[in-house]
Design a protein around this ligand. Sequence first.
Ligand code: IMP
Length: 422
Amino acid sequence: MNTVVLGLQWGDEGKGKAIDYLAGAFDVVTRFQGGHNAGHTVYYQGRKVVLHVLPSGIFYPACLAVIAHGVVVQPLQLVEEIKNARALGLSMQNLALSDHAPLILPFHQQLDVVFEDSRYQRIGTTRRGIGPAYEDVIGRRALFVKDLLQENAFRSKITPLAEYYRRLFTAHGHPAESFDQAIDQYLQAGAFLKPYVANTTFLLQRAFQDGKNILFEGAQGTLLDINLGTYPFVTSSNTTIAGVFSGTGLSPKSVERVIGISKAYATRVGEGPFPTELKDENGRMLRERGNEYGSTTGRPRRVGWLDLVALKYAVQINGVDSLFITKLDVLDELAEIQVATAYEGATAADGQFPSHADGLSLVRPVYQTLPGWRKNIGAIGRLKDLPRQVRSYLSFIEDFTGAGVSHVSLGGEREQTIEVDR
Ligand code: IMP
């Protein structure tokens, strides 16, 4: 069944683990947006591996792993990731990279850093050049993977663009860098990547027509969506269901199921409002137990209670069919658990999720308190064996959001996953 897996919060929901758990049943796994700002943590042969651009399907040799054109690609980073994957013993013959994926160029990363350090904008980005690369797509200046494959064309396109950025940096009082060395490195990376480059829209459409099982692997989360998230504290792509179609070239008819991933609590990295944020002992405990440190940047994540107003918004936007709740075991020690079921304040209205960070920063969450279970649940393998309080916690989420729970994750290992049979 063709399935989209999406984050329903601010990213870091445990999508890597969820996708890795599901990927074995698919013929194709495709990334459709974002770039190496993502960090999908999976365990392969007992080793922790963090994927940034490679789709999780890469671990299954029979599965075609596609980086579709909605993904922005930093070629040097991708080459390194491929080399690391080969070192793990993976052949990488199952990888396809879109010829039409926009490139993250050296000045994009520099611009991301300059803006983050300036007084104009502070989003708390991953400083990887993601936003500026997407800006160039919208500005119709972008270079694409296919451009890397032809040296003369690449040089003639990048030279005026590098000059454009050089002037921009100079105007803002930043030393003008020479990008010549980087251009040579990019061309070398192009030669390395050439065997993987393909028209992935065609590949995906053919897979769909042949009845193959396709998994769409989302990165980041719904509340970081450029259009539907907590703007401006968002990433620069459509992290929601819409990104699947613009980012792959497949139609909505190709999607049969949407699985939304949510932690049993909430986290956020970077700036921006976070109504249920905990700055107390409970917050510290959840951060440590949940190892809430960024897999891409190592930054400590902000931690809070589960926000059901936000979760319901995410369920509705994406047409979520079922929920995959992760890190439930992190709540094990708590005597009581809070969940936000409404907002109050000047910008709060009827369970609505404010359309903008300005509105969200003014709400106060209204909590409902649910009983904790104070038991170690990491080794439990069946839903019916979970403590009654755990099952009530899950039912509460289902009743509030209108989406059923299909999977529960109780730890990092693939085996620590319960499939809910109904
Ligand atoms: P950017 O995507 O690097 O431009 O960062 C924009 C915002 O998205 C920042 O708040 C980042 O912390 C956040 N962000 C980007 N990628 C991820 C991710 O994979 N997980 C969580 N947050 C992310």
